[in-house]
Write a protein that binds this ligand. Structure first.
Ligand SMILES: [Zn+2]
Length: 423
């Protein structure tokens, strides 16, 4: 008996197939015109993955898809009675996980399949307590570029800006003596929130900095902000956001109720459970100070005044920097300029250095390293340099720099050597 397919309650198109490669898995995303019914299974000898999607037409050219060479050798398709079969020939056997996603921003319905090569062991996450306290180790700063892959963040390009600044900041940190940067993601792929904190722990982070850019419906809203939260603060803030979000027009009050990004709220909650709130506050304040000096506008109150209650001292200080509003036309332009990205990275770096100079972590002698570096540090004046800018770049006041160099005025000449005192 042959099955007669009568009216199609649903019929969908595959408009695109995208591969995302992260260090542990390969993600395949099918862009669909509608919700679908599907089945996924693997076959061996040779290894292949079969994806059957009911009542669906392939509307994309498979030969044009960039395949992750280490895992996939070929992708092909067939169609039977209106049902699409996509076969992916694999170089290794894999375990799979699949789910669908509803339309979000520029993305429509999607089917996601994650492939993990079999036999790839899950690494044991060591806690920070295992750190060798005697070693003269480098300070580890974990830099977390928000969003990525299928999660674009705020409309207007948040995920890309986060990654660009994260990379710049990592480069600056790695140039510093006694400091080392670790990125939670190095390219455009999604890293789960728990995974981000696991990366911080595995690398025995001394500080965790999550980089984001705000988005809001009112395009006029702009400014940079630095966030740290305590568990109690997080809960009450969350409650407040949710409450206030309903009264969407209320933009006053300093608290960033404008944040439409549930991910950020979740990141903050997650971070706050694990990380030292007191230290986060100190570090966040120093970073904010630098940003306030270099950004044209800050958004919200100084974190000093935020009424977050410190309930416990978990293990890694953490902060979240909202670098600006990507929804604001002027700030969107800035956030995408390499020059402005460098400015943000430099300000954060200076804040971080100031924090660690005052609070060198166990097992490091950062204070001495910073001092030694500062001793030999000098700046040769170039065209366009100002004393206040040199001071700011080095995290010290102009008056201190002036007196350290016994300058009678702030006028500089090109080629002049300005000695930088230790912070
Ligand atoms: Zn974000």
């Amino acid at each position: 008996m042959s099955a007669v397919l009568t009216s199609h309650a649903f019929a969908s198109d595959v408009d695109g197939i995208r591969f995302w490669q992260d260090p542990e898995k390969t993600r395949i995303v099918f862009d669909l015109s509608d919700d679908v019914k599907y089945k996924i299974f693997t076959l061996t000898n040779p290894s292949r993955l079969v994806i059957d999607i009911q009542q669906t037409t392939l509307k994309t050219d498979l030969s044009k898809i960039e395949l992750p060479e280490s895992l996939v050798s070929q992708i092909r398709n067939s169609n039977k009675s209106g049902n699409l079969r996509v076969v992916i020939d694999l170089k290794k056997s894999v375990s799979t996980k699949d789910f669908t996603l509803k339309p979000f921003q520029k993305y429509g319905h999607r089917l996601v399949v994650d492939l993990k090569p079999k036999g790839s062991k899950k690494k044991v996450v060591k806690t920070v307590e295992n750190r060798n306290k005697n070693a003269n180790r480098d300070i580890v700063v974990v830099i977390d570029a928000g969003h990525g892959g299928e999660d674009p963040g705020a409309p207007g390009g948040e995920k890309g800006v986060c990654l660009a600044v994260a990379k710049k900041l990592a480069r600056l940190i790695n140039k510093e003596k006694g400091m080392k940067a670790v990125l939670t993601r190095k390219a455009d792929y999604y890293v789960g929130l728990v995974k981000r904190t696991e990366i911080a722990r595995k690398n025995k982070a001394d500080l965790f900095i999550s980089l984001h850019a705000d988005g809001f419906t009112d395009k006029r809203v702009r400014g940079t902000s630095v966030w740290v939260l305590s568990p109690k603060g997080a809960n009450s803030e969350m409650g407040r956001w949710l409450e206030q979000k309903e009264k969407a027009s209320d933009l006053a009050g300093g608290v960033d109720i404008s944040h439409q990004d549930p991910l950020v709220a979740q990141v903050l909650l997650d971070l706050s459970m694990h990380y030292s709130v007191g230290e986060s506050f100190k570090a966040g304040e120093l970073v904010r100070k630098q940003l306030a000096g270099s950004m044209s506008k800050m958004h919200g109150k100084d974190i000093k005044k935020a009424a977050f209650v410190v309930l416990k001292m978990p293990d890694i200080p953490a902060m979240l920097v909202e670098m600006g509003f990507i929804s604001n036309r002027a700030e969107n332009k800035q956030l995408k300029s390499s020059k402005h990205q460098n400015k943000i990275a430099k300000s954060v770096l200076t804040g971080v250095k100031n924090y660690f100079s005052a609070n060198p972590p166990d097992g490091t002698n950062y204070r001495a390293v910073a001092k030694a570096a500062a001793k030999v540090k000098a700046h040769k004046v170039r065209s366009g340099d100002t004393l206040s800018q040199i001071a700011q770049n080095n995290g010290i006041s102009t008056s201190r720099l002036r007196s350290h160099n016994q300058l009678k005025s702030d006028r500089l000449r090109i080629g002049q050597v300005i000695r930088i005192p230790g912070v």
